[in-house]
Design a protein. Structure first.
Ligand code: HEM
Length: 482
């Protein structure tokens, strides 16, 4: 579906709808409905229906106690208004990673790391160039190292299924993601952290993001979680020693990144704090949700999809002499489309934020709205990715959706890496610099799985924001052809 992007002059200019309620009570009520009573997507959907608009106002966080100056945000829940978040001439991205709340810099050695910087900040460009260089330099080993780590997860799943009749994919996959990233980026063997790297990173992430996360207590206890955990930020000293160990492992690794950083005028300390966040928060948090989502949605896709994936993958690998390469991954249109469709159904980074730099007009499908300088925009990716005016049968998982010329055109309306899928990461934008690396890892996980198995069955549990779905593997059917 072709849509022109700037239609603001053709559309009626309307007031942004949204009832924010009473001071203090309004934010509490919105927060309870959003987090507990209705759920994120249901809350936003119900307000969209009430206001008959994909753009509206809501309160996101409770402003009084946590260090949030203002809880009001403007929700963008369609695929045409969303890209305003990437127009850096019009919006600020400073401290906008997780909304109008930014954890204390004491979680990252006193530095504000790159993910919280606006592209206009000189440091942001330098750090992003550094990451792009690092990811390009590891491309030759990304596939062989990942194959070893994925293979070890499959061995464990098989052993558990044989012994107990089921296996938890989440635990093995999460731990593997941490160990794989540390190994492939910095040659850090899991034993260097006494195999405790994943637990250390999980604690560090948990404590810093607790004010916006849920620990999954039963619904009737939600007031306990909200009062205790979402009212005051958690102090960083609780995870200081975990953080220090990861920091030291990277600091003492032989990565050439520090030499590159020196050339850019960045200190080793600041670089290292950024590398911990890049690995432990950006890369791990993205992969954690996405690896789980891949298994979940491929399971939902069913046996016919499994057959088609196995045929495509085995055919390409066989014609390449049995070796998987970056080039062979490119020759698998169904595998590529399935990975995109999983990103669409369950975008790992659900929420995208930015602050308006100036008064401006933003447009959704049927109307334009005036936004004032300083207002916070909140793009809700799970609904933008299911915009019915762009994606046919938006709530259905269709593995072939992004195949062919028409399918590929849709990628322009996919923002899962913080920009259009068709836009490359550069020092001056906020597109995820790990975009290509993440896609290779995801495609490779699917490839390695279907080289080894014909099909599988699983139980799918709850989805938890920032962490992902629970996937319990019940059966694994070994490959019967090659
Ligand atoms: C499916 C997995 C992933 C998804 C969906 C994802 C998505 C994102 C998003 C949405 C952002 C922007 C956050 C914001 O500014 O609002 C981001 C930033 C970032 N991502 Fe990813 N990411 C993924 C995996 C990775 C991987 C594997 C790496 C490393 C190889 C990585 C490295 C980064 C870095 C360093 C940033 C911060 C960029 C900056 O400083 O501006 N990500 N990612």
């Amino acid at each position: 579906m072709a849509l022109s992007d700037d239609r603001s002059s053709e559309l009626p200019l309307k007031e942004i709808p949204g009832d924010l309620g009473l001071p203090v009570l309004g934010p509490i009520s919105d927060r309870y409905h959003y987090n507990y009573l209705e759920g994120h997507t249901e809350f936003i959907k119900s307000r969209m229906e009430e206001y008959n608009s994909t753009i509206f106002r809501m309160n996101l966080l409770f402003a009084e106690f946590i260090n949030v100056p203002d809880p009001r945000v403007i929700v963008l829940a369609d695929a045409v208004s969303f890209p305003i978040l990437f127009d850096h001439s019009k919006v600020w991205k400073k401290d906008a990673l997780i909304g109008n709340y930014a954890p204390s810099t004491s979680f990252t050695g006193g530095y504000r790391v790159s993910a919280y910087l606006d592209p206009s900040d000189e440091k942001h460009g330098k750090l992003k160039s550094l990451y792009l260089g690092l990811f390009a330099s590891i491309h030759h080993k990304l596939i062989p190292v990942s194959q070893t780590f994925f293979g070890a997860v499959f061995d464990k799943l098989e052993a558990d299924v044989a012994a107990k009749g089921e296996a938890s994919f989440n635990t093995y996959s999460d731990d593997m993601a941490v160990n794989l990233l540390l190994q492939v980026f910095f040659d850090i063997d899991p034993a260097k952290l006494r195999n405790k790297g994943p637990a250390m990173l999980n604690r560090w992430l948990g404590v810093q993001f607790l004010p916006i996360a849920s620990v999954g207590l039963p619904k009737w206890l939600s007031w306990v979680e909200d009062t205790l955990l979402h009212t005051f930020p958690c102090p960083s000293f609780l995870v200081k020693s975990d953080y220090q160990k990861i920091y030291d492992a990277i600091y003492t690794s032989s990565t050439p990144v520090f030499d590159e950083a020196k050339k850019l005028g960045l200190s080793k300390e600041e670089t290292c704090h950024n590398l911990v966040f890049m690995t432990g928060a950006n890369a791990y948090a993205g992969c954690r949700v996405h690896f789980r989502a891949l298994m979940k949605w491929i399971h939902i896709g069913g046996e016919n999809l499994h057959k088609d994936l196995a045929n495509e993958i085995r055919g390409v690998v066989k014609s390449g002499g049995g070796v998987v390469t970056l080039a062979s991954l490119e020759k698998m249109p169904l595998t590529k489309s399935v990975v995109y469709e999983v990103l669409r159904m369950e975008p790992p980074a659900e929420n995208h934020y930015a602050t308006a730099k100036e008064d401006m007009v933003i447009s959704s499908h049927g109307a334009s709205f005036q936004v004032k300088k300083g207002e916070v925009l909140f793009g809700y990716q799970p609904l933008a990715a299911r915009d019915p005016k762009i994606f046919e049968n938006p709530n259905e998982f269709i593995g072939t959706r992004f195949m062919g010329e028409e399918g590929e055109k849709l990628l322009r309306y996919c923002y899962w890496f913080n920009e259009r899928q068709t836009v490359d990461p550069i020092p001056d934008n906020k597109q995820c610099p790990g975009k290509d690396t993440a896609l290779v890892l995801a495609r490779l996980l699917v490839v390695e799985f279907f080289l080894r198995y014909d099909t599988f069955t699983a139980d799918i549990g709850n989805f938890v924001t920032l962490i992902g779905s629970t996937v319990t593997i019940k059966t694994l059917t070994k490959a019967t052809s090659d």
